[in-house]
Design a protein around this ligand. Structure first.
Ligand SMILES: Cc1cc2nc3c(=O)[nH]c(=O)nc-3n(C[C@H](O)[C@H](O)[C@H](O)COP(=O)(O)OP(=O)(O)OC[C@H]3O[C@@H](n4cnc5c(N)ncnc54)[C@H](O)[C@@H]3O)c2cc1C
Length: 341
């Protein structure tokens, strides 16, 4: 049986923090939303890359773990009853047959028709940079992980962290508390992480709680049926060393690609969507872009910037969705939200 066609005022591509806040902003102006995300969970980079890390620059939250921020955004959006389509990628976007809006199609065959589209796709179709190790696919998801959702999953495990940036250093420090053993493999002696984190890493190494394996790079994996026994590393002269391990966490950054978005006819600038800063409209009427994926001179890739863009986009989308209706600006304190007294 054919899938039903969903229809809504605004279709939001991406359920990262900015897409979630767009649900709220569009909802406040009376527009209902459907939200699609490739990932199985809402939260974008916050959930996928640093769920337990504290964020310090969200206004009025002096310190909030990334996953807690996402939970609060989902709660804040809930009164507006968004419909989430998770675990599916928007693969096609084209004008709707009646010419009144847009038709989106996902990788699972879901079809959504919307008056406007809000692209909050962050780093686009982002995926980890994989180390070129033969047979690594066999271990992925079981012993090789490119993200850490819950550190408790690594309790009492022998963990090899690979990489020299913030993620590698921060996770090595964090897991040193609970893992049976943590080794950090980096091809240079110098780490590219925040100075305070690097200082802490060396402190833990001196205390024998982290083994710094430098300058080495990943060379091979040993194990069977997806269960790792050891990670083999090689120095710059090709001499190998075997690190017994249950888990390998390679943190070599994200490969960013716009994925299908690149083919939607929008004005692009270096893998980002160019927008008009005042309205957040792209080069195509009725399609907006906000958050990390949107660019304009002076753009700051911060969550709070994306939140402000969500508000701008909602106000600019209103006359497109409700043709001819005038928008009377009101504060949330005046308007309230559904169900609140
Ligand atoms: C380690 C780290 C620490 C950070 N710390 C801070 C900080 O302290 N403060 C701060 O302000 N920012 C911080 N950031 C940056 C912040 O996370 C981003 O600015 C923010 O996540 C951008 O939100 P977004 O919603 O625009 O995009 P994202 O969070 O990237 O979410 C976009 C979502 O869109 C989905 N998507 C993409 N293409 C499609 C498609 N075709 N179909 C369906 N779904 C799609 C993706 O799967 C993703 O879930 C940090 C980032 C990292 C990596």
């Amino acid at each position: 049986m054919a899938e039903p066609i969903h229809s809504c005022d605004a279709a939001i591509v991406g359920a990262g923090p900015v897409g979630l806040f767009a649900v709220f902003e569009f909802g406040m102006l009376g527009m209902n939303t459907h939200v699609v995300d490739t990932l199985e969970m809402a939260g974008g980079q916050c959930t996928a890359l640093y769920p337990e890390k504290p964020i310090f620059d969200i206004p009025a939250c002096p310190r909030i773990a990334a996953l807690d921020l996402v939970e609060r955004l989902v709660e804040q959006a809930a009164p507006f009853e968004p419909v989430y389509h998770l675990g599916q990628q928007v693969v096609a976007l084209q004008p709707s047959a009646d010419g009144a809006g847009w038709r989106l199609e996902t990788s699972k065959g879901t079809v959504i028709e919307a008056r406007v589209v809000v692209i909050a796709a962050g780093a686009g179709a982002f995926g980890p940079n994989r180390p070129p190790l033969p047979g690594i696919e066999e271990y992925e998801g079981r012993s090789v992980h490119y993200m850490v959702l819950r550190r408790v999953d690594f309790a009492d495990k022998r963990v090899v962290v690979a990489g020299g940036g913030d993620s590698a250093v921060d996770w090595a420090i964090s897991l040193a508390d609970i893992a049976a053993q943590v080794s950090v493999v980096h091809r240079r002696g110098k780490f590219r992480a925040a100075p305070e984190s690097v200082r802490r890493l060396h402190e833990l190494a001196e205390q024998g709680r982290i083994d710094l394996v430098v300058p080495y790079q990943l060379h091979g994996l040993e194990g069977r049926d997806g269960a790792l026994d050891a990670v083999v590393v090689a120095d710059l002269d090709g001499r190998t060393r075997r690190l017994e391990a249950d888990v390998l966490l390679p943190f070599y950054g994200l490969a960013m690609s716009l994925g299908p978005i690149a083919g939607w006819g929008l004005g692009l600038e270096r893998n980002h969507i160019s927008i008009d800063r005042q309205t957040c409209m792209t080069s195509v009427d009725g399609i907006f872009a906000i958050g990390d994926i949107a660019t304009y001179p002076g753009k700051l890739k911060l969550i709070l910037t994306g939140f402000a863009e969500a508000a701008s986009a909602a106000h600019a989308a209103y006359p497109v969705v409700f043709k001819g209706r005038e928008l009377h600006f009101e504060y949330s304190t005046t308007k309230g939200i559904p169900g609140a007294r």
